[in-house]
Write a protein that binds this ligand. Sequence first.
Ligand SMILES: [Fe+2]
Ligand SMILES: [Fe+2]
Length: 268
Amino acid sequence: MSIQPETLSTRPDTPIDGGTNFEWLDSESLAKGFRAYNEGLDVPKEYSDSLDSILANQSETISDCLADHQRRVGGYAGILLPRLFPEYDDAFHIGLIRVIGAVHDIGKEEIDRDVMYRSIGVEGYGTFNRTRDMPEVIKHTFYGYELLTQKKDELPVEAPFIAACHHQFPDVRQEPYGMDLMEVNRRFANNPEMAKWVRAAVEVVSLADYFDATSRFNGYFSSVESRNSGLLNYFKLRQPHKHLQILQALEHEKMHYQIQIGKIALVA
Ligand SMILES: [Fe+2]
Ligand SMILES: [Fe+2]
């Protein structure tokens, strides 16, 4: 049975860049396109401005790889949100998750640079080794929380929690790391609605992150087939009742993105 991609009422369907397929855009155009992609959603200008400047700085000082990954995760999160949590299917929450999804890995700026390059698959830094490199990689959740807390006047207040908690939904082979979701409940004890929204946003960004980090053949899996089954198993585990619809919607969205960089490791 084939499943047709759903049409999302709040997603702008107008082609980016006057009809250019996002798939073929280089990093510079992807950066420019991301802002246009968010048009029609309720994204305050100061958030878009600070996102542009953070990601442009990452491209310049670290790698386009990291900034591109974060933009794609923001986009995928916007696709997932109404499918996982229909109560947030509105231009405000979709705009918000596009922004906070696009800074989820900002903490990678602060970890050992060689480990960071290996973790996102930049050539020339050797092969990522979980035993050796994970103790350093896990710190990006804490650094992300700190960096985004400092930027609380420029970005949504939810952003630090997304950075802190986005590795709480691993696949069966991995252990969760970063801030526990119980801590979100504790921080927002006086605002249960906010706690609920932040937990939902964390889950959505985590699944979007997994999809982007593994949706291309990237050397972590031994073959395209094992990659595909790994992806399927992950979404079955996390969304047992909707995994096929969700994967189809994400694959559909992927066609909007540039897919020229084939190496982003599973740990991203
Ligand atoms: Fe991460
Ligand atoms: Fe990531």
